[in-house]
Design a protein around this ligand. Structure first.
Ligand code: FES
Length: 155
């Protein structure tokens, strides 16, 4: 395992960029890794520039390992200003390129970030916006992936 890699991950998570929910997002994507149980959610906000729709801002939330957090942080910086089509062409490795070569056990971490981005790019659109402002029950990543709060209607 690369010493360099760990150092880069540590540096990145010391000051993660764009972490947190985005109340006025245009799109949200949430994914979970069945293998390790880690989860990443990504919010996207678009704007129009020169007649093109581009990503104005991206944020993320992660219940995941440090690599996933570092990769998501890098990814949200990297995709800003790109069109959805350009962003969709980026692989997890592209998104986390600044971390350097990934140890084989960490490749799925960047894949998770790629999947969260793809999920956000392809919808669902953020129609009901995240209820961050509602006191009581914010729509947390954990809630949405473990919908125990919704009653299993049994019908
Ligand atoms: Fe599973 Fe990193 S160990 S996302």
């Amino acid at each position: 395992m690369s010493h360099d890699f760990h150092e880069r991950v540590e540096n990145s998570i010391k000051n993660p960029k764009n972490m947190g929910e985005m109340a006025d997002a245009d799109a949200i994507g949430t994914v979970g890794s069945p293998g390790c149980g880690d989860m990443v959610r990504m919010w996207l906000k678009y704007k129009s520039e020169n007649g093109k729709r581009i990503i104005d801002k991206a944020t993320f939330q992660s219940f995941g390992c440090e690599t996933a957090i570092a990769a998501a942080s890098l990814a949200t910086e990297l995709i800003r200003g790109k069109t959805p089509e350009e962003a969709a062409q980026m692989s997890g490795t592209d998104l986390a390129a600044d971390l350097g070569p990934l140890p084989p056990t960490k490749i799925h971490c960047t894949q998770l970030v790629e999947d969260a981005l793809r999920s956000a790019l392809s919808g669902p659109q953020a129609d009901p916006p995240p209820q961050a402002s509602e006191a009581g029950s914010p729509a947390s990543l954990m809630d949405s992936l473990n919908p125990k709060s919704h009653d299993a209607s049994g019908v």
